[in-house]
Design a protein around this ligand. Sequence first.
Ligand code: ATP
Ligand code: MG
Length: 256
Amino acid sequence: MEKANVLEMKKIHKAFGGLKALVDVNIELRHGEIIGLVGDNAAGKSTLMKILSGAYHADEGSIFFNGREVAITNPRIAKQMGIEMIYQDLELCPNLDVPANLFLGREVITKPFIRFLKKRIMEDETVSILRKLKIDVKNPGLRIDKLSGGQQQAVAIGRAVSFNPKIVIMDEPTANLAVVEIDKVLDLTLRLKEHGISIIIISHRLDDVFRVSDRIYVLKHGCIAAVKEKAKTNKEEIIKLMFMEAHERQGQRARQ
Ligand SMILES: Nc1ncnc2c1ncn2[C@@H]1O[C@H](COP(=O)(O)OP(=O)(O)OP(=O)(O)O)[C@@H](O)[C@H]1O
Ligand SMILES: [Mg+2]
């Protein structure tokens, strides 16, 4: 039996002035599923996910979360619903340590003694999150800018997970990482899935998308050009779909 959808985005349209960034986009995400979102530069990937995370508003269309229509009017509402987006620039504070980054915006400013206790709680919680996700940061007391790119990405993922999300969106999580680090981030992505989190991963690296995704959505010029089960497609086909124009696709379909 097919798993139920945790998320449906239906007939999403978004324009920036005269530029149609998204046209009639439909996306479904099943419980515990990882979908890859691929497409050339400016295809509309980040825009679509920013609509889901409440950073942008769609001009038209609807979003269903666990079967119920929802109005994601700002990022706070998305977070409350359990939708976490990890942006390409990670939004970490380079001069703060790992616990401070994990709890950024959540630390309560109180009397010095309580603050000390809170710090301890945050540190313990950090260790438990890092351990739960098998994130390899030996010394969480280090400033973020002293960690490698992969470790920083892992901390950003840890931070997202600390909110107990149902859905995590990752925008290019493996860009600019060394090969060993890419492997670790992808393993971590698969571990989130084991914890029951549904994931949408945007990536230019098709190897990565093929390694973790169950299904792949191809966006082109703001439209969904194709949706493929990973097991029933290959990189060559996805590349063709990313770059083939609509009329060529129709021609190909007619010939089949
Ligand atoms: N805030 C904005 N104002 C104006 N235009 C925007 C804005 N955000 C995105 N766009 C435009 O919308 C289109 C889609 O952009 P988007 O960032 O979603 O593409 P993308 O698929 O994420 O590309 P990339 O792979 O380069 O990250 C682009 O033409 C972009 O210039
Ligand atoms: Mg983008």
